[in-house]
Design a protein. Structure first.
Length: 599
């Protein structure tokens, strides 16, 4: 065994010590919480409900404990370590050089039944920003379509033809390919690209329809890739772009605040076995094409959530997978409504649950297997938390709780609420302590108001999505295989009937829990309000947070605004600039039954 990880950046012994330290601390905290809860529940003997609560807690707690550990570790690194980036991402400095790049790179946009004009506007803005650096000649741009709707396919062809016409001499670097089927979903789309075109390029940068990256960030990733040939994937830190949706603004405000410290902590010990999110990343094509072909699941099913498996296979092949844990010009859009957010979350849940079948793949590194378990635990705790809330309300009905250690239980409950909020609180503290941090978010008043609002919103979102995941996992064994569908990305209002139909099960559950708790132990209903209020408030919250008028007011007031709103980078000016439409060529004339390829 060599002394260093494949890229030669860190010794394996050092990384083992880091992982052992994190595992020991997290395990100690986890066991202490279990013992504490067991002591509370066992004060007057054990019942079936007591045992069930403890079991559910044991299933649900690891994700929260690890989240706290990452956030606290990342905060410490950012504010108390003399050189945090050198410790976490020693490869990062290679991206700051000014040397000209040599490698050819393909930027690939995978789309399926999306708004073509919207997606290609973003892609053309990226190309313009990259070309402005003077390094654009080594980049080609591919639109890889899996669209099945003939109307949308025609729009794609028309918009792509317009883009080529507007680019003039640069049009030879633009390529459009539409497959006749969706075999393998997005992973199959990328696989098809690698087999057909990948041999001409050293790297690819896969994008989703809502992705946006500026030229400087793209060049930084390529320079790092050139400097370290044994790094197979470099994942950028993707943050939410400015939005006019009140829901999206509130959600991504908290996500943006917490991501830096959380990702910094996770990358410190994840290191060479880092995450891959499937987009806004640099991928080395040769080892990806050779080693990252996805296996089939039982029954010949295709894998939905391909990214973490591809990261594990890349690492198995001897290439590192790294995350660059700093904010740069790498963006995505978050769902504009609670219903869209839930649809996305449930798609991710379906995909991540497939990882159970892949844990036994031969040759995976222990850290890679843990990444898969970690991805599963992101969702597997949802039914456990839901059960705890229900069982906690039922407990006073079947047991004498007069001798229940309420003080100790309240302390544990408040501590775990703190665990839930820890990544956000660490993020807000990071912003406040970083010179100029609050100013980037519109000032201290806006930062505090946005944080307070987002924390309240997060309890509602958390309750509803947790219940939705619980229902999905209950019916998942009986579902047929499902693929990805298109996503609504622009701010829009919701209909009352549509919203009520989607959220009434959560409302009914919350109303039942609150009624039972209110009858059996009114103080319990009051204490549990942060966790249960979200169920009954979901329908009015979804309707209100989707209203365009509220989103416009949030935008005008700068409430829950991200830094790019207060100091817009050039890429957003390019995005707002209308693409030239003085030429409007006809759609590409290819028979509907054929695979469409335009170069």
């Amino acid at each position: 065994m060599s002394a260093a990880a494949p890229a030669g950046l860190q010794s394996r012994a050092e990384l083992f010590r880091r992982r052992l330290l994190v595992a020991a601390i997290d395990a100690a905290v986890y066991l202490a919480l279990l013992i504490w809860l067991a002591d509370i529940l066992g004060q007057d003997g054990w019942s079936v409900i007591d045992a069930a609560i403890l079991l559910c807690f044991a299933i649900a707690a690891p994700w929260s404990v690890l989240g706290v550990g990452n956030a606290v570790l990342g905060f410490w690194l950012l504010h108390f370590h003399p050189r945090p980036l050198d410790s976490v991402a020693p490869f990062a400095r290679a991206g700051d050089t000014r040397r000209r790049i040599r490698a050819r790179t393909a930027v690939t946009l995978t789309i399926r039944n999306e708004d073509a004009a919207r997606a290609l506007t973003r892609l053309s803005a990226m190309k313009a920003d990259l070309d402005a650096t003077g390094e654009g000649a080594l980049f080609d741009w591919f639109v890889l379509s899996d669209t099945t709707d003939p109307r949308i396919a025609a729009q794609e062809e028309t918009e792509f033809a317009r883009w080529r016409a507007a680019e003039g001499a640069e049009a030879s670097r633009l390529h459009y390919r539409r497959r006749s089927d969706n075999m393998g979903y997005k992973a199959g789309n990328i696989r098809d690209f690698c087999e057909r075109f990948g041999g001409a390029y050293e790297f690819m940068i896969p994008l989703d329809a809502d992705s946006l990256m500026d030229g400087a960030t793209i060049l930084r990733l390529v320079r790092i890739g050139e400097a370290y040939p044994r790094i197979g994937i470099i994942q950028s830190l993707v943050v939410g772009a400015p939005s006019r949706s009140a829901f999206a603004r509130a959600f991504q405000f908290g996500m943006r605040a917490g991501m830096r410290s959380y990702t910094m902590g996770a990358a410190w010990w994840g290191a060479d076995c880092g995450p891959f999110w499937g987009h806004n990343a640099l991928v080395r094509i040769a080892p990806f094409a050779r080693h990252c072909d996805l296996p089939r699941l039982s029954g010949g099913r295709h894998i939905l959530s391909h990214d973490q498996i591809e990261a594990a296979l890349m690492r198995r092949a001897g290439h590192e997978v790294r995350v660059l844990p700093i904010e740069s010009g790498s963006y995505e859009e978050n769902p504009p409504t609670l219903l869209e957010f839930m649809r996305r979350d449930l798609r991710w849940c379906r995909g991540n649950m497939q990882y159970w079948e892949l844990l036994s793949l031969p040759g995976l590194l222990p850290m890679s297997r843990f990444q898969l378990v970690w991805a599963i635990s992101m969702f597997i705790g949802a039914p456990a938390w839901t059960a705890i809330i229900l069982l906690g309300a039922l407990l006073p009905l079947v047991e004498d709780v007069s001798r229940f250690p309420s003080g100790s239980a309240a302390a544990l409950y408040l501590l775990f609420l703190g665990f839930y909020l820890a990544p956000k609180l660490a993020g807000y503290a990071d912003i406040a302590l970083t010179p100029g941090g609050a100013r980037r978010y519109g000032g201290a008043v806006r930062l505090l108001a946005g944080a307070a609002l987002e924390i309240v919103f997060s309890f509602i979102i958390g309750a509803v999505t947790t219940f939705g995941v619980t229902l999905l996992l209950a019916r998942l064994p009986f579902e047929r295989d499902a693929g990805w569908s298109g996503q609504a990305r622009d701010a829009h209002g919701l209909g009352a009937w549509e919203t009520a139909r989607a959220l009434w099960p959560a409302f009914a559950f919350g109303a039942f829990v609150l009624a039972v708790a209110g009858l059996s132990a009114p103080s319990l209903a009051l204490w549990s309000a942060p966790l249960t209020f979200g169920y009954v408030a979901a329908i009015p919250f979804a309707l209100a947070s989707a209203r365009p008028r509220l989103g416009a007011w949030f935008t005008q007031a700068g409430l829950c605004g991200v830094p790019e709103e207060f100091a817009p980078p050039p890429i957003f000016a390019r995005l707002r600039a209308p693409r030239r439409r003085e030429t409007a060529p006809e759609p590409l004339a290819i028979a509907p039954s054929e695979e469409r390829i335009s170069a």
